[in-house]
Design a protein around this ligand. Structure first.
Ligand code: ADP
Ligand code: MG
Length: 311
């Protein structure tokens, strides 16, 4: 089932086209990656999904509810972690959660249980009595996330949750995202301009740049869009010239680069490692090490747009 369905969404601010005919669907229970450089239109899209900004045209459904006709039902399914942290600095972590949780109308007992749960899942349990003003940027982020899940939303939208965050908090956020998806079956829309994060967390991805779709599909589908190929690195005990000739004739090997006793094979899906190994055996060459290098999403963005994500 689709938890989010966006069809032909366009947004103009005055004359400026910020979202240009965007369509995608987010399936229930997946971690969906929305990725693009700064100014791509990610936050605008999220603001439209949460009814903070009105679209110029297009259709949106949240959990099957059309957003324009059933905004209250649609919004009740969403937890939002905004790009800017919004917390009370003078209050403790616990009191912040109590405040935001009570906005969702949770009763006293449930509220207490949810506060403990949210603190635990974001790794803040031991800091619950600390005032927010003593928190690091990463801890504030995590508390902001905790505030967004107090009502157990079916959909969690996170807008660049790791910007300005220390590595430890970043790991917490990753672990949290995987856990909430697995344990509570939450659908996650995860936004970032760090390609490696999306690569690690998400199965389905939408790449946006200057309001336009650059690519959309599974991680594998998107990776196959670039000209970057999988490479195999081999270190051999010796390198007879006959071996090179024979490797060059093997199906699946597109090119070979040699440096000393090291070979770098650029391969496609026809490559069969067993055939290469038996070829080494017939040539009496031993394999010292082997490693694979997969194409990265970052390469795809560069290939499709001609620029790096962090320009
Ligand atoms: N309220 C607004 N009025 C005019 N332009 C805006 C407004 N909000 C965003 N924009 C413009 O829309 C573009 C996309 O911004 P944004 O959605 O924040 O991108 P991202 O979140 O991907 O960095 C930017 O060029 C930004 O300046
Ligand atoms: Mg943004």
């Amino acid at each position: 089932m689709n938890m989010i369905k966006i069809s032909n969404l366009t947004k103009r601010f005055n004359d400026k086209l910020v979202l240009d005919n965007i369509s995608f669907e987010v399936e229930e229970g997946e971690i969906f990656g929305l990725i693009g450089p700064n100014g791509a239109g990610k936050s605008t899209l999220i603001n439209i999904l949460t009814t903070l900004v009105e679209p110029t045209s297009g259709m949106i459904e949240i959990g099957g509810y059309p957003l324009d006709k059933n905004p209250i039902e649609a919004k009740s399914l969403i937890g939002l972690v905004p790009q800017e942290v919004a917390l009370f600095d003078e209050l403790t972590a616990y009191d912040n959660l109590q405040f935001f949780g009570s906005l969702y109308g949770l009763g006293y007992k449930l509220l207490k249980a949810r506060i403990e749960e949210a603190l635990e899942i974001t790794g803040l349990l031991e800091h619950k009595k600390q005032k927010v003003k003593t928190f690091s940027g990463g801890m504030k982020r995590r508390l902001n996330i905790a505030c967004a899940i107090m009502h157990h939303p079916k959909i969690l939208i996170m807008d660049e949750p790791t910007v300005g965050v220390d590595p430890q908090s970043r790991n917490h956020i990753f672990e949290f995202t995987r856990r909430i998806c697995k344990e509570q079956k939450t659908t996650v829309l995860y936004t970032s301009h760090y390609m490696e994060e999306i690569e690690e967390l998400c199965t389905k991805i939408f790449i946006i740049d200057l309001g336009k779709e650059i690519a959309y599909g599974s991680k594998e589908q998107i990776k196959s869009l670039s000209n970057t190929r999988t490479k195999v690195h081999l270190t051999l005990t010796t390198l007879p010239s006959t071996l090179l000739l024979k490797l060059n004739q093997q199906p699946g090997i597109l090119s070979i680069e040699e440096t000393g006793r090291q070979l770098q094979l650029t391969i496609n899906s026809n490559f069969k490692l067993t055939e290469t190994i038996s070829l080494l055996e017939t040539e009496h060459v031993e394999l010292e090490s082997i490693s694979y290098e997969q194409p990265r999403l970052e390469d795809v963005f560069l290939w499709l747009t001609g620029k790096s994500l962090r320009d």
